[in-house]
Design a protein. Structure first.
Lengths: 480, 480
């Protein structure tokens, strides 16, 4: 390291890592000459930086034309901004006492550089992301060459598309009915394939209540997806190596055999914490890396951001793992600003999520009924059916809004919306109400935008709040 | 009045009045036998109750097929719920000391009942609504028979549509480029008419900043509307009575002559306060009826709700007149609950409004730059251009978000959005942030819903907040 310079090593070149890297440089430059000169080295195992993993299902489905469309900033752009970026290079060890990382090159390299080495750091950013969860059952450790795919990285997406376009795939089984699972299922339907989604829960998207999930199940089935609920997968059957070794069927504990030519892992992801754990960086209650509001880990001079970290849920107060690009970007920004000598915080999440499955939009925020009960709240719940515009307008679409409120205080704990075009993003209103710890009584008075093309005169969110306020009042009266 | 009974008289049978009437009855019934029995008499001058005045432009434009489509609840439905409803009957005087209203029947009546009379009350609800503002210039006092129309009531709408369909109208002049003015202009374009909008301000919708208004002007002109800005109307020219006496042209102070066959008043509305004022019910600083959070006026036993009342602006702290159906409904509900023995409040507004002009969606909330400056704030403003979905998705539409923040505290004072499909309702997020007095720094951390079909990974609202937070930080540094 040069004298007077401070070196930052970033492990992981997707949203969180590269946001941290660029913000750190930017902050440090703003603070020159008072600030210390910063050198930023970033390691990325794969072949792309700063891409939208959430966009992969839309690329698979053909809505997004190319892999490049999903890349927000290329390695070359990052290098032009002054980041020493090492692509195709995996960090395999961290020595916190010696302040070094050891790395090795992965895959084929077109240069004569060293295949492995080590670098020193003053400060370290861990942004190692997440890996797809796999069922703990025989066969599920197979890889893309056997037709078993994840959809976490651009390289995963490339492999999946190549396989889908090989001509040998007619039947797809998606394991898991979460956000990614449903999005990939729809993408495969768009490709004209026969698609089965198999999941353990009674309804898709375990993060919404079952009554709302039932609406989603109906929509998914309506688009031709074969949805198998309440079934745990127990094995993946591969053809013998002599016949190509590819997947033939998925078996369930309930005795179902789901024949297929390709399997997608849609069980969500687990934080990639092996490197951090081995280095002695403490993990949190969720199993992801514990960080404070500044994205500092509990190890001196080590920061972490993105899908490998734990976030604080502002309603339950718990440390949770919520792998989402939007959080990763914000956390990377916060880590970078603090690293570079500024100050910023990531004050936690309220568990907002949204997706579009076929023509149905689904949003959720805060705690579901089950989560709220688990967190010790005594709740009232209400659900209302309304429309996205004034009912008399030609474009009126149905929307159902469900609210979960604390029975004693009336505080809004969570909300869910399911409906057609124009329904989903209404969850933002509820997310901000939950964030601000508003009561349902306050929510019903909110000055939300009204005009016939945008809402009924009582916005669906307000109708739901009104009904929830009545339920809280009734509960209070009967308790009194 | 029957002994042991309390009589409520409601003046005005649209949203606010009928919401108050039904809530009062409902509350009183819930509280039986402890509560007093309530008798509710409601007077409505026109021929319809509880209708959507905001929907009239869409009826005029043919998007809503019938007048009935705009009626939420008919007189018969209200009567079935126990309200003694007197249609076609105008209250012409209130005697607060004697606790009586005097009324007369208006228009043709198909019964032999009395043409005028008086009724006693214990409590009074004033819900007299608003009347279109007219330019203080010769000729503008002409009525529908001369081709000069308002669009406040269903009866206005019927008259306007009959005139438009008479075959004698080719050229329409809309006076005023506010919400209603632009919506009616679009409706007339949909009918294939030549439409001119003439307005005093430099850009349409005076409640948004000029730079945002310029985008709206562009959209309006793009749809073929002839938009004349910066011109005050100074006269309305009528044909001689011998030639039908209809409007021929509108003249402006700048010397323009705008030939036309029909004129629509789109200058907004003034609160109908004559009855209240003459009765001695105090008005507020805005000229509308002053009420407290329970919708009580300053006169004993007199309540008011809807477009005739003043509301408190939660940011400026001022009493303002914001005639909107959504407020009218909420205020009527609050007045009714309180009248009926319950307790509810209307805690004010943040000035949220939304409209769709041609294919452009426009939302605003809080204070505009000018309003904030007038209210004594030292402001920073930022505007950002983004997209309604991830930029790489096929449905990505442009959206511009502008924020106004207090330079010293960073508090968000107002926001504006202009964009295509999916842009407008994003104003709700900003409205709730303004309501909760959040700083732009807090706003940028919000957990808003992200998935590629709904937002870029940094939602446009968050990008704007991030830029605003930088502007606040820069301002603080340069001050310090």
């Amino acid at each position: 390291m040069a004298a007077g310079r401070s070196r930052v090593v970033v492990v992981g070149g997707d949203a969180a890592g590269m946001a941290a890297a660029s913000q750190a440089l930017q902050q440090a430059r703003q603070r020159q000459p008072r600030g210390r000169e910063l050198e930023v080295v970033a390691f990325e195992r794969g072949s792309a930086t700063s891409y939208s993993a959430c966009g992969i299902p839309y690329w698979v489905g053909g809505l997004v034309g190319s892999r490049e469309g999903l890349i927000a900033r290329s390695p070359e752009e990052h290098r032009r901004r002054g980041i020493d970026l090492r692509m195709g290079t995996e960090v395999v060890g961290v020595d916190l006492a010696a302040r070094t990382v050891t790395w090795r090159r992965v895959g084929d390299q077109d240069d004569d550089g060293p295949r492995e080495g080590s670098d020193g750091f003053d400060q370290l950013v861990i942004a190692t992301g997440a890996v797809p969860r796999r069922p703990d059952a025989p066969g599920f450790d197979a890889g893309p060459e056997a037709g078993v795919h994840g959809v976490q990285t651009l390289d995963d997406g490339s492999a999946l598309i190549a396989d889908l376009e090989s001509g040998r795939v007619r039947r797809v089984v998606v394991v898991g009915g979460g956000y990614i699972g449903l999005e990939v299922a729809e993408a495969c339907v768009l490709r004209g394939l026969h698609v089965t989604v198999v999941q353990r829960g009674a309804t898709p998207l375990g993060t919404v209540d079952d009554d709302m999930g039932a609406l989603i199940a109906e929509a998914v089935r309506g688009e031709g997806v074969h949805l198998v609920t309440g079934e745990e997968v127990c094995g993946l059957e591969l053809a013998p190596a002599s016949e190509g070794g590819r997947v033939r069927a998925v078996h369930t504990a309930g005795g179902l055999e789901l024949p297929c030519d390709l399997v997608v892992m849609g069980l969500g992801v687990a934080p990639s914490v092996a490197l951090a754990r081995e280095a002695g960086v403490p993990l949190g209650e969720s199993g992801a890396i514990a960080v404070d509001v500044a994205q500092r880990t509990r190890a001196e001079g080590v920061w972490a951001a993105g899908d490998c970290t734990e976030v604080r849920h502002r309603v339950s107060g718990r440390g949770v793992h919520v792998p989402l690009g939007t959080h990763a970007n914000k956390q990377g920004r916060v880590a970078g600003i603090n690293l570079g000598g500024g100050y910023a915080t990531f004050p936690g999440v309220v568990g907002t999520a949204i997706t579009k499955v076929c023509r149905v939009e689904i949003g959720r925020t805060g705690l579901s009924t089950e989560e709220a009960t688990d967190a010790g709240f005594q709740v009232v719940t209400v659900a209302v059916d309304s429309t996205t515009t004034a009912g008399y307008m030609p474009g009126a679409e149905p929307v159902r809004v469900k609210l979960v409120a604390d029975e004693r205080s009336g505080r809004l704990l969570g909300g869910q919306v399911v409906g057609r075009s124009g329904a989903g993003k209404r969850i933002d209103a509820l997310a901000i109400c939950v964030w601000n710890e508003m009561t349902v009584e306050e929510v019903l008075s909110l000055d939300l935008a009204y005009a016939p093309p945008f809402a009924p005169v009582w916005d669906p969110v307000l109708i739901a709040a009104r009904k929830a306020a009545q339920a809280v009042e009734s509960a209070c009266r009967s308790d009194g």
